[in-house]
Unconditional design. Sequence first.
Length: 66
Amino acid sequence: MDAGLSYDTNETVLKDAFGKYGEVIEVKVICHRVYGESKGYGFVQFSSEAAASTALKEMDGQACFH
């Protein structure tokens, strides 16, 4: 099974999914420069290391987002 994001995932969906673990400062879904479509991965920045650590532990292996 692919461990990346669904190609339909956008930044709002990603922020909502990770926001329950702490304050999210920034979310970025990486997109193809020409086509603007998601490449299937992204980044989430939290306000604290504790929130990031909890999110990493809880979200590891979860289904991709839509």
